[in-house]
Design a binder for this molecule. Structure first.
Ligand code: SAM
Length: 282
């Protein structure tokens, strides 16, 4: 599939899910955003670039961290996601954030501009992740830090495997069976490290944290599937069969619920590296 087609499809899916993306069932996004900014620990008054910003979980956490003397630039392909972020910016009266509808793989910013560049749960949508990271490094100042998050192997399991198998029963599978779904491309932490290394970054660090919680029941699991990247897969189910698909999948998930609800595993990698400092002129 061409990079442009992939990009178009990704934007289409996220434009569709924007209205439900901030539902409580998907609170792992703001949880991860807060942890990402905690790991990054940005200096007040600095400039942060938030790529694949979505509805702004990281953007808002970054804006709080750098304070009004700093600046946060948020980039996303999906305008509906950025519209939600714009609403929050207005609601909270934030003045040091700007939004850009732009491809994270081809940035319209000058080199060495940002102090930090971050991306939460977005890098795995890029057709060429190393090229993407090099582009992110280009716009980051020498010595500045880049960080991204990605889902680890156990994330969303065992429900995700049941969902993918159910899709297969409806004849829906990845065009390339050897390629995992986008969200699982960086499940191996060694792969995160390799990417940062291949992009020329130094002081590489990859840590994994469990950010999971209990969903109320299987209907909240559907909320997660319907309002995130997996919506693209659900849209391939013929409309006439969607209700039977949903009912069959939720019936197989229901037995996983216990007195506390349905455990949602959100094992997450936090991966970071520094752009090497500029060589001394002496
Ligand atoms: C799973 S959401 C994550 C949003 C946000 N970072 C968060 O943690 O809540 C992924 C986002 O990546 C965006 N995205 C995917 N590919 C992109 C690209 N090439 N350039 C910019 N944004 C992209 C999508 O539109 C979507 O908003």
């Amino acid at each position: 599939m061409s990079a442009q087609k992939t990009q178009h499809e990704v934007a289409q899916v996220f434009n569709q899910v924007a209205a439900g993306y901030d539902h409580a069932a998907l609170r792992f996004f703001p949880f991860a955003a807060d942890r990402l900014i905690m790991h990054l620990h940005p200096v007040s008054g600095t400039k942060i670039l938030d790529l694949a910003a979505g509805t702004g979980a990281v953007t808002l956490a970054a804006a709080r961290a750098v304070g009004p003397q700093g600046r946060v630039s948020a980039v996303d392909l999906a305008e509906n996601m950025l519209d939600r972020l714009q609403e929050k910016i207005v609601k909270f009266g934030i003045r040091h954030v700007d939004l850009h509808t732009m491809d994270a793989a081809a940035l319209d910013f000058r080199r060495d501009y940002f102090d930090y560049t971050v991306c939460s749960f977005g890098i795995f949508f890029l057709p060429d992740m190393v090229a993407g990271l090099r582009e992110w490094a280009r716009v980051t100042r020498p010595g500045g830090r880049l960080m991204f998050t990605a889902f680890a192997e156990s994330a969303f399991q065992p429900m995700m495997d049941l969902f993918l198998r159910r899709l297969e029963r409806y004849g829906i599978r990845s065009p390339d069976p050897d390629k995992p779904p986008a969200g699982m491309r960086l499940a191996d932490p060694a792969r995160c490290r390799e990417l940062l290394d291949a992009a020329g970054l130094v002081n590489i660090d990859v840590t994994t944290e469990q950010l999971g919680y209990h969903l109320k029941d299987e209907s909240e699991w559907w909320d997660v599937l319907w309002n995130s990247g997996t919506r693209g897969w659900i849209e391939k189910v013929p409309r006439a069969e969607l209700e039977s698909f949903r009912a069959a999948h939720l019936a197989e998930v229901r037995p996983l619920c216990n007195g506390q609800g349905l455990r949602l595993d959100i094992a997450t990698h936090f991966a970071g590296g520094d752009k090497p400092p500029a060589p001394s002129s002496r």
